[in-house]
Design a protein around this ligand. Structure first.
Ligand code: AMP
Ligand code: MG
Length: 484
């Protein structure tokens, strides 16, 4: 195909050689381009009129001029244990492009075959997990939560052995940066100070340009604080929307603070603070209510990796920012979700008590807040109906209404604001499962339809009411396979 009209770079290759290995994609058999993100392609400045032209790139049979695929080397802490042998085991960074708006995009082909970092893996990604990653990255983008994006995906015939035999697929994942906390752990623990500095300067130059001019100790200090802050904000956003990542290893933590590596994730249906979406996580290390603390622990791993080039006190100061950044962001968002504009000293206890009630009575998290956003316009029945014990709902609503008396905004305006932070549509696991089953028999239309709905999760979309429904019984506690 002809080259897209974009600026092409591959700045990752400026890092020391130890940060990557050149690997050619291993072709997929009879790959078909099954989903293409036209709006994203347009924003990136690439051709979107003939999506099928991208089949070769997605199948690993074609490289465009300028593509120089590499597997990135990183290490990281998995479930609290350091693993020096990580790296892109099945994904390749193809090149970087710069779009018409000046935004930089890493192109990463996930499922491209084995690399020197594959360990015991086969280098492939199955259709099921590729769809899950595609759906969730776009659902997150719709929700306004920082995330990697899905540009297109290919489905192929190659059999892939997981718990059963499935088929292979690939995802062209794009984001401003694929650099993880684990890249820093690799540099610090294996390569030495020079490599660590090179990585740090690379990340600052490309992704934190506002810091370039600062003199050195301050440049690093401010950078680390910014990374800590972005991480804290991201996890506050997850908590507020009810998202459970499932595998918060430090090699899955993006240095620019995006949601990264979608595996056994889940959006909460019925609220359960201790929910564990990853069924191999027996100790619940990555349970929903532990995510904020795990984000902090990951920032500590990063801190440790920075010690060769940063003063210990500076690192400590940066780490301290985590808790305040998290609390500010989480409380602000929860206040918005509840429609509280005026600050009142009782607000924090109202927020905490609301969570306790949702947990104790296992109330659908999304329906509850969306119902609250329509309390004035549609009445309290949609909220009361979520409770088996209606008196609990009644008591809580009484307290909430009394609190609203202190607000000065009118109800219409307040609820319009609430509807812009309380989504009507989230990617419930059962919805993902339904489109996966269809796709496995060759029909990708349901997936595309679901993606369209999730593009505008805050809009009423009355014609898509069924997508806002809580899970049917079969879809309540789906055992989502972690193998991907
Ligand atoms: P994840 O749990 O997906 O974050 O993966 C952890 C590590 O295992 C990363 O280094 C991946 O590249 C690698 N990996 C996961 N699945 C495979 C696979 N099927 N083949 C090769 N490497 C894999
Ligand atoms: Mg990973």
């Amino acid at each position: 195909m002809s080259e897209p009209k974009i600026n092409i770079e591959h700045r990752y290759l400026e890092l020391p050689d130890s940060f990557y290995t050149r690997v050619k994609p291993r072709p997929l058999e009879d790959g078909k381009l099954v989903c293409f993100n036209a709006p994203l392609a347009e924003a990136m400045g690439i051709r979107s009129d003939q999506p099928a032209e991208w089949t070769g790139v997605g199948s690993g049979t074609e490289l465009l001029e300028g593509m120089d695929p590499v597997a990135m080397k990183y290490t990281g802490h998995q479930f609290g244990v350091y693993n020096p042998d990580l790296g892109d085991g099945r994904g390749l960074l193809l090149w970087e492009t710069i779009g018409p708006d000046g935004r930089r995009w890493d192109w990463h082909l996930k499922g491209a075959g084995m690399t020197p970092y594959s360990r015991f893996g086969d280098g492939r990604a199955v259709l099921r997990s590729t769809i899950r990653e595609y759906l969730c990255s776009e659902a997150m983008a719709g929700l306004g939560i920082p995330t990697t994006r899905a540009l297109f995906m290919v489905s192929a015939k190659d059999p892939v052995r997981r718990e059963s035999i499935e088929t292979a697929a690939s995802l062209l994942r794009v984001t401003q940066s694929h650099i993880r906390f684990g890249h820093f752990e690799f540099a610090a623990h294996h390569e030495g100070e020079e490599a660590l500095r090179a990585l740090l300067e690379h990340v600052i130059a490309l992704h934190f340009p506002e810091l370039i001019q600062l003199p050195e100790p301050e440049r690093y200090r401010r950078w680390y604080e910014a990374v800590v802050e972005r991480t804290a904000w991201l996890i506050a956003d997850w908590q507020a929307v009810g998202f459970c990542h499932g595998v918060m290893n430090s090699d899955n933590m993006s240095i620019i603070g995006e949601t990264f590596d979608y595996g056994p994730y889940a959006f909460l249906d019925d609220f359960d603070a201790g929910y564990i979406c990853n069924h191999t996580d027996q100790g619940g290390r990555y349970a929903y209510n532990r995510q904020p603390n795990i984000g902090f622990i990951n920032c500590q791993y990063l801190a440790k990796a920075l010690l060769p080039v940063m003063d210990e006190d500076d690192v400590r100061r940066g780490l301290r920012r985590y808790e305040t950044a998290y609390n500010e962001r989480f409380q602000d968002t929860m206040r918005q979700k509840l429609g509280l504009q005026i600050q009142d000293e009782s607000d924090l206890s109202l927020i905490m008590d609301t969570f306790s009630m949702l947990h104790e009575h296992r109330i659908d998290y999304t329906l509850f807040f969306r119902g609250l956003s329509n309390l004035h316009s549609k009445g309290s029945a949609p909220i009361r109906d979520l409770f088996v014990d209606r008196s609990v709902a009644g008591d809580w609503l009484g307290r909430y209404q009394a609190r609203l008396e202190k607000e000065s905004l009118g109800p219409e305006e307040r609820e319009a604001g609430m509807r812009s932070v309380n989504p009507k549509f989230i990617l419930r696991n059962y919805l993902a499962q339904q489109v996966i089953v269809e796709a496995q028999s060759g029909n990708f239309e349901p997936m595309k339809k679901l993606l369209k709905v999730l593009e505008k999760p805050f809009d009423e979309q009355p014609e898509h009411e069924d997508y806002a429904a809580p899970p049917p019984d079969w879809g309540k506690h789906l055992n989502i396979s972690c193998s991907s």
